[in-house]
Design a binder for this molecule. Structure first.
Ligand code: SF4
Length: 335
């Protein structure tokens, strides 16, 4: 591991994942060949995670958090910047080294039904990664049954022969988590793992992930639009807006003392006592999220910000200030 230190929850430990100036963009083409612009899904993101740390990336739909997750998984090629995982630069990994990286980073997708092949039963779904990564067949049964027990699908015999359509949404997501665990990863990336589930099973799945993270001492990156869920499941929170991290802090400090106007708006919307808004799944500050093709200049939140300072916020990019210990916010109000 590298020897750099990361601060979290008042402790410091070695950096496990280091992301610097990461950009992931997608070219837009007209008539299949003319370049018509680019989508700046992740645009200059930097952060460090310690081994065994649990963090949440929070933001509205389209803020780039899922593209960030897929870039960390090696599913999108970064346009610029670096991702260093346990001392290895992701961009340099190829062949067997890239395959080994993918075995160490488990992925829990948002839509469990879409994530599971409908023509495979649970036994084959869980055996597939073992087969692909060359785990001896003699070990499959033990590993599969252990993974099912870990996600509380037991006795295993009751589930092994079932196809995805024969399982409830919560059971499907447990199989997705078991599949992510079967190769014994050291890091887990969970992309909106409960947003497609009934409210009644969301807490169960969140608690399951939190327990697995603690017991296995996994590094967990949790992607969510719902700031209300992170207090119990994350050490630190990164708030994303228009492809960038605009605030980061230990979870309690971020929720009790939000510094960036966007985070403040998210938390105010969450606390909205109006019963007419009780159905909202995504509390949203006033105004529309910006286009990632032509994002606003300088501070990307300025068209929606109640504290907008013309000539500053729309001209100069705010750097990252540290208005409270270990609490960072990219806003000129702190400058
Ligand atoms: Fe608002 Fe300016 Fe801060 Fe951006 S930099 S959040 S526009 S006050």
């Amino acid at each position: 591991m590298s020897t750099r230190q990361v601060e979290h929850r008042g402790t410091s430990s070695e950096t496990y994942l280091s992301v610097n100036g990461l950009r992931t963009t997608f070219e837009l083409r007209q008539w299949g060949f003319l370049r018509a612009g680019e989508v700046r899904a992740v645009d200059g993101v930097s952060f460090e995670l310690a081994a065994g740390e649990s963090v949440a990336f929070v933001g509205e739909s389209g803020c780039g958090k899922s593209t960030l997750a897929r870039t960390l998984l090696g599913l999108h090629k970064p346009t610029a910047g670096s991702v260093v995982f346990d001392g290895q630069e992701l961009g340099t990994l190829k062949g067997a080294a890239l395959k080994a990286y993918r075995a160490r980073v488990g992925y829990v997708q948002q839509d469990p039904y879409g994530a599971l092949p409908p023509f495979m039963d649970v036994r084959r779904i869980l055996a597939e990664p073992l087969r692909i990564h060359g785990v001896p067949r003699a070990e499959h049964r033990r590993r599969i049954e252990a993974a099912l027990a870990e996600v509380r699908l037991s006795p295993a015999a009751e589930y092994l022969g079932k196809f995805p359509h024969m399982l409830s949404g919560g059971q499907q997501q447990r199989v997705v988590i078991a599949r992510a665990l079967v190769l014994a990863p050291t890091m887990l990336i969970a992309d909106e793992p409960v947003s497609m589930l009934d409210a009644s099973v969301r807490v169960e799945i969140l608690e399951l992930l939190a327990r697995i993270q603690r017991e296995r001492e996994l590094t967990l990156a949790f992607i969510t639009h719902d700031l209300s869920t992170v207090r119990h499941y994350a050490d630190r929170v990164f708030v994303m807006y228009a492809g960038r991290i605009i605030e980061s802090a230990p979870v309690e400090d971020l929720i009790d003392h939000p510094q960036h106007p966007y985070t403040q708006a998210l938390l105010t919307a969450l606390a909205d006592p109006d019963p007419a808004n009780a159905h909202r799944e995504r509390p949203i500050p006033a105004g529309e999220p910006p286009s990632l093709i032509e994002p606003p200049a300088a501070c990307r939140f300025h068209p929606r910000c109640p504290h907008f300072m013309p000539g500053t916020c729309d001209v100069h990019d705010p750097p990252e200030f540290e208005p409270r210990p270990a609490h960072h916010s990219a806003c000129w109000l702190h400058g």
